[in-house]
Design a protein around this ligand. Sequence first.
Ligand code: DAH
Length: 341
Amino acid sequence: MSLEIIEKLNEALNNVEVSLQNVSNAQDIEDARIASIGRKGAITLLSREMKSVPAENKREVGMAFNAAKNKIEDLLKVAQEKLEDAQSDSEAAGVDLTLPGRKWHAGTKHPVTRVMDECVAIFRRMGFIVADGPEIETVYNNFDALNSPKDHPARDPRDTFYFDDGRLLRTQTSPIQIRVMEKQDPPVRIVAPGRTFRRDTPDATHSMNFHQIEGLYINKDVSLADLKSILLAFAHDMFGDTIGIRLRPHFFPFTEPSVEVDFSCIMCEGKGCRICKNSGWIEIAGAGMVDPNVLESVGYNPEEVSGFAFGFGIERIAMLKYRIGDIRYLYENDKRFLTQF
Ligand code: DAH
């Protein structure tokens, strides 16, 4: 009898060992535990037969049961550890060290800002100081003090945004010249970057708000040659030494003489292409010698000092520099466009 029960015990033990050999999850281990030492497990049921074991064998059989239970607990523990090891191995195997790191999406500078910063840096190196002015201006600073005739077409409300109080959104950065000269005696050497506004119908080259950088130099004996040398130095710094410049007579109310400034075409290097309309030149700025009327309007003496002024369109430069075919790209905030810069 005692032999028979020990045989059955060994058999049950064997079953547990086999079932724990191929566990793939915690449930398999739990099932093996229930099937062996659980309340209705094989070993537990078998242990109920202890009462029919003859007294002289009870000790031996009892020890066999204890040993079997200990053994099963050990097996369960080992199986559990094995499972955990396997899991952490496969987790480790899930890390692919050859994958590229996660991209850090830092913002980029808008092309208009980049060009504006670069313009400022170039003029700073030439000794210009940065000046600032408000986007909402008086009619006086934007037009009157700049010698614009009362019937100048730019004053028309169809071209300029007016507020009910008579002020306006500045149509140019030139009023900053007035603000600076009213506050400061000559010599003056400033650049003023900023936003400007006009009632234009948006298309590939027009926008209702855009940016300019204004320059002003007032001193004794300033000449048009000084203006030309500064503009040439700027062209070389911005686009490279192969760029040439050309001044064409023009009219601005606040300068006399006035010029339009062309750079040799950046795209075709002067050979002629679609961008420069086969002329080899691209208009890039307005400039001139500050009109004596303007100097007088700020209390300077035109007999004593003279000066030049210029105004560049920032978008124009950005479009040429980065080969952007349509100004509207600059305002649409399309990330596919912006992240290229
Ligand atoms: N303010 C002019 C414009 O918006 C540009 C300009 C022309 C500025 C001549 C100047 C200048 O300072 O001298 O078209």
